[in-house]
Design a protein around this ligand. Structure first.
Ligand SMILES: Cc1ncc(COP(=O)(O)O)c(C=O)c1O
Length: 376
């Protein structure tokens, strides 16, 4: 069987062997619970706090502002529900962008059922959110804005710094889902004026099921899990220390991000250029705005993305449309819909996402497969 080419790194990345090694070495020699009252605790507690210090330093915040979680979904749920419930007496209105990950949009739906009012920021057809729209949506009872850093379907980079400054001026809590930016971009949560900042390990070659949330000192969060005082009473449940060690190693390896980003950007550009030459009708979505080099969203008008994905898979190429359900089935993109794109573009869009282990020959082979399946 030929090698299956993997261009779905925005869904998850392969775990870097150096990460696996660091996790394995820890697991083989340690098992203590960082909250236990005896000596077995010590090494685990020290390690946990060392990692917390390093993660905090990478985000430019204080160690006590980092809460480890089970990943981006939990961090988003916790940040939004926690902050809204803790600030309910100040207001019941929140603003979210319409192109957020389902872990934000479904959380907003849940809050709406419990009496909160939600306003959605729609992007224009380039994929960008406008600050004017944000300003127009603010009400006297607005307590929170949730806006992602990098869109997971189009790679569009949102105006996070401007949004953060604006929220600070208006005294609105600012939550940023940075799952697709963490480790890949230079981040300082204070420069961004973020109050809550979600991240995950498995998009940067770390393990699945571990991530974190920056909670600015002084921002109150109602708990969403109960029965434990871990993480300074901010997240009940024994920490997944082996996973946290994996996150730590993965983050350390991202220190070469500038070089890696340049290589990936070259590969992404090659993919888009060659596909444009070979399939003149293909459309690169959101191509005119600042984008992450890791993600390319391309439509093949006239084709159906569900069957195209299936054929690509059979031909040896794994890609995606963005929001895969746990069953592996596909929904049409709410992101491209919110951008107001035509049905022919939405229904034929495929997300190709690159990563550290993508090679030039993978891109060449992917182009050949795609061209073979899309030329009529
Ligand atoms: C932007 C964004 N937010 C949140 C998540 C959820 O993260 P996790 O898989 O760690 O729960 C993802 C995962 O695809 C994502 O892309």
């Amino acid at each position: 069987m030929n090698k299956q080419i993997y261009l779905d790194n925005a869904a998850t990345t392969p775990v870097d062997k150096r990460v696996t090694k660091a996790m394995f070495e820890w697991q083989e020699n340690n098992f203590g619970n960082p909250s236990s009252p005896h000596r077995h605790r010590q090494a685990s507690k020290i390690k946990l706090e060392e990692v917390r210090d390093d993660v905090a330093a990478s985000l430019g915040c204080l160690s006590k502002e980092i809460v480890f979680t089970s990943g981006g979904t939990e961090s988003n749920n916790k940040a939004i529900i926690g902050a809204c419930l803790a600030n309910r007496e100040k207001g019941n209105h929140l603003i979210v962008s319409a192109v957020e990950h389902p872990s934000v949009l479904a959380t907003a739906d849940y809050l709406e059922k419990t009496g909160f009012e939600i306003s959605y920021l729609k992007p224009d057809e380039t994929g960008l959110i406008s600050m004017a729209d944000l300003e127009a949506k603010v009400q006297p009872n607005t307590i929170l804005l949730s806006m992602m850093y990098v869109n997971n379907e189009t790679g569009v980079i949102f105006p996070i710094e401007k949004a953060g400054n604006f929220c600070k001026e208006k005294n609105i809590i600012f939550h940023c889902d940075a799952v697709q930016a963490f480790g890949k971009m230079d981040i300082d949560v204070n420069m961004l004026n973020a109050d809550l900042f979600s991240f995950s390990a498995h998009k940067i070659y770390g393990p699945k099921g571990v991530g974190g949330l920056f909670v600015r000192d002084g921002i109150a969060l109602e708990p969403i899990s109960f029965g434990g005082g871990q993480e300074a009473n901010k997240r009940a449940g024994t920490e997944n220390l082996v996973g946290i060690i994996g996150l730590h190693k993965a983050l350390e390896l991202m220190q070469n991000r500038h070089e890696e980003c340049q290589d990936i950007s070259d590969l992404r550009n090659k993919l888009e250029r060659k596909l444009g030459e070979q399939i003149p009708c293909c459309v690169i979505n959101a191509k005119d705005v600042e984008r992450s080099p890791y993600i390319s969203n391309i439509s093949f008008p006239g084709l159906d993305n569900q069957s195209l994905l299936l054929k690509m898979d059979l031909a040896g190429l794994s890609a995606s449309v963005g929001s895969a359900c746990s069953s592996g089935s596909i929904k049409q993109s709410h992101v491209l819909q919110a951008m107001g794109l035509e049905d022919a573009i939405i229904n034929s869009a495929i997300r190709f996402s690159l990563g550290r282990f993508t090679r030039a020959e993978d891109i060449d082979a992917a182009i050949e497969i795609i061209a073979g399946l899309t030329t009529f």
